[in-house]
Design a protein around this ligand. Structure first.
Ligand code: AMP
Length: 403
């Protein structure tokens, strides 16, 4: 089979990640991460052949970032011209109710994404800008594919995705739970289907990274999830509050004279772990805990409790019929203490932690994946590294091969 090159693009609000792959081998040739776009301290990091190079350079906007990154591919002799790229896959934050699967991008797809821009005001405009810019510089024959964070959750039943608000808010404005981290949940479901040699699985997957959510998966499709209309809902996170009483917003606006936008911004960027103890990274929080910092301990206990709460809820929603609980993403894969404390609290569900196995699994330990419960645990708990990129890459490849 001939080797072909595919690009995977992830446009964030002020960042852009580009990876070039050789297919069907899924071999990553280069990974370029542009950060702080439009800020004076903008820089890009290139990872290739095990080497890492950092370049500081002011980049005005996402279009300029794309131009620079593509030039890097040519300068590093990974491609001779853009025509060598056979397909481009984009991570798109939100597909609203339009897309339960990944799609080849055309005018209608862009119009649909534009129509829900208010659901992802920070992420959707840069994604559209990058897609539009690429359309102007690559041949029309090179397909671009959108892979949505929300698609996996489109299978949720109405009673789980609707909010108890006037129904016309849903009908007129699309107010409902959409859910995020869908590519991660798809990846973990696929891995677990292979591991357990079972097609239809009931899983509780805990994606605990800087953004965090949990999904209840029934018969291998999404049944419920913690994030909502936006990724602000559900679990307490690094900088996001997760679920709070919605009246807090009006109350704080009145008390502080802040606008709703300013207050919401604080709920997104200055809350969660950071709001309680000043640090948003689990590693920093745990370091402070070791030094005896009470606020760090409080933040850790609060986040731990939100995870326990949702696992317990989903265990019941799945009728106690759970094939596995899986921890994934930065903290899920590496935070031994967090996993231990969560699992110890889940004893009433018959879950029994294997301390040694738990201690052995992390980036810096002997294993990166495996079971962390004993044989007599009622539910097996796994740690499994997620790989959202591989889902974007495979969807793009599959769609391009079938055109
Ligand atoms: P992600 O968003 O999946 O890249 O996860 C990033 C987050 O995972 C970081 O902000 C940390 O809070 C957490 N994390 C990463 N490595 C570790 C570790 N070794 N121990 C605890 N937390 C970690």
């Amino acid at each position: 089979m001939r080797t072909e090159k595919y690009l995977v693009v992830n446009a964030g609000s002020s960042s852009l990640k580009f990876s070039l792959y050789e297919m069907p081998e899924q071999k990553e040739l280069i990974n370029i991460h542009v950060e702080k776009i439009s800020l004076p301290d903008c820089f890009l990091t290139l990872k290739m052949d095990g080497n890492k190079i950092k370049k500081s350079k002011f980049i005005e906007d996402h279009a300029e970032a794309v131009k620079i990154v593509l030039q890097e591919l040519i300068d590093n002799k990974l491609i001779n011209s853009l025509d060598e790229i056979k397909g481009i896959g984009h991570r798109v934050l939100h597909g609203g109710e339009f897309y339960a699967e990944s799609v080849k991008i055309d005018e209608e797809v862009i119009k649909n994404i534009e129509s829900i821009i208010d659901l992802g005001p920070l992420h959707l405009p840069p994604a559209i800008n990058v897609i539009r810019y690429l359309e102007t510089i690559v041949s029309k024959d090179i397909p671009q594919v959108a892979v949505f964070d929300t698609s996996f959750h489109q299978s949720m039943p109405k009673e789980n995705f609707l909010y108890p608000v006037p129904f016309e808010w849903y009908e007129k404005y699309g107010v409902r739970k959409y859910g995020f981290h869908g590519t991660s949940y798809r990846y973990i479901t696929k891995v677990m289907q292979e591991k357990l040699a079972k097609e239809k699985l009931n899983l509780i997957v805990c994606h605990i990274g800087s953004g965090a959510s949990i999904a209840a998966i029934k018969d291998s499709v999404c049944y419920n999830t913690t994030m909502g209309l936006t990724p602000l809902a559900g679990l307490m996170m690094g900088t996001r509050s997760g679920d709070i009483d919605p009246s807090i917003i009006e109350y704080i606006c009145k008390k502080t004279n802040m606008t709703i936008t300013e207050t919401t911004n604080i709920l997104n960027k200055q809350s969660g772990l950071k709001g309680i103890c000043g640090k948003n990274d689990f590693r920093d929080v745990e370091e402070l805990m070791i030094e005896g910092d009470n606020m760090a301990q409080l933040a850790f206990d609060m986040i731990k409790n939100t995870i326990i709460r949702f696992i317990s809820q989903y265990y019941v929603e799945l009728d106690g019929n759970v094939d596995a609980i899986v921890f994934t993403a930065g903290a899920g894969e590496n935070d031994i203490d967090l996993r231990r404390e969560v699992l110890n609290k889940l004893k009433p569900l018959g879950i029994i932690i294997d301390e040694k196995a738990n201690d052995d699994i992390a980036k810096f330990r002997s294993k990166k994946s495996g079971i962390i419960t004993t044989n007599d645990s009622k539910v097996a708990v796994y740690v499994e590294p997620t790989d959202e990129e591989s889902i974007i890459l495979m969807d793009t490849y599959t769609i391009c091969q079938n055109i």
